[in-house]
Design a protein around this ligand. Structure first.
Ligand SMILES: [Zn+2]
Length: 268
């Protein structure tokens, strides 16, 4: 993110933080965000450009990894956390259906380790939510691969990783449900992604063996890394030693174990 854009966001945030009380800060956050989150606003053009880079060459949604990302989404909802409405680390690029599904639903883990639903019901008083660790896994500051496993050998569902502590397990379950990570369409498109990656890697291996030029091999690699569902690819690398067909493919193209869709999100 350009420094000028970060400073611009901070100034927008100062206006929100300066409102008289919590309810006023929520109201200001909502109106200020909708006024500024426009293509005519230079700061938000920079925000969108940086988010698009983080979303990989295919510019896919940070949540489902399937649809095109085109909405600036707050990991912590602006209705509940006006103090984060213009904070760069609170933004991801998401698709409309994921954004709509998530809306302002949110839970936190309170000081006693209990999950508390802090979604504000329509018409409920606008008061600050209970403090606590957000239940939603934050893709900007946490590595989802540590919280989830994916079944690559049948269902393509996302599951809570084994050996999580109870709080992290509850957070993983909450995230799967809130974002609908196992909706039917995603199970189908993850399977398609798996088959596509497998085919591309196999093609790479065959062409390399036939002595193809570097440029042709690079084109196959770029095409693989432009495909949606980057986590399917990461999971294939992680499980390469467990699944025979993957073990053989990665043994034929050892360099592929280092191929990534995009740099680590923390770099932004
Ligand atoms: Zn999505």
């Amino acid at each position: 993110m350009p420094q000028a854009a970060l400073e611009g966001l901070n100034q927008y945030q100062d206006e929100v933080d300066g409102a008289a009380d919590y309810a006023a800060r929520v109201a200001t956050a909502k109106s200020a965000f909708s006024n500024r989150n426009r293509r005519t606003n230079a700061i938000f053009r920079d925000v969108r450009a940086a988010l698009a880079k983080m979303a990989g060459d295919a510019v896919r949604c940070a949540y489902c990894e399937d649809s095109a990302a085109d909405e600036v989404e707050h990991v912590k909802p602006k209705d509940l956390y006006p103090q984060s409405v213009f904070r760069w680390p609170n933004y991801v690029y998401a698709c409309g259906p994921c954004n709509g599904r998530k809306r302002n639903k949110f839970s936190v883990i309170d000081a006693g380790g209990t999950m508390v639903d802090i979604t504000r019901a329509r018409g409920a008083p606008v008061v600050a939510p209970v403090e606590g660790l957000p239940a939603l896994i934050d893709p900007r500051s946490e590595d989802p691969m540590q919280f989830f496993d994916m079944d690559l050998q049948g269902t393509f569902v996302v599951l809570e990783a084994l050996d999580l502590n109870p709080v992290d397990e509850a957070r993983a379950t909450f995230t799967i449900e809130l974002l609908g990570l196992n909706r039917d369409l995603l199970l189908t498109t993850r399977r398609d992604a798996y088959l596509g990656y497998r085919a591309r890697l196999s093609e790479y291996s065959a062409r390399a063996e036939q002595g193809a030029e570097e440029a042709e091999l690079d084109a196959i690699r770029s095409s693989l890394l432009r495909s949606p569902h980057p986590t399917v690819w990461e999971e294939m690398k992680r499980q390469a030693h467990l699944i025979e067909e993957l073990r053989m493919l990665f043994a034929a193209v050892p360099a592929a174990i280092e191929w990534r869709h995009f740099p680590n999100a923390f770099a932004y």
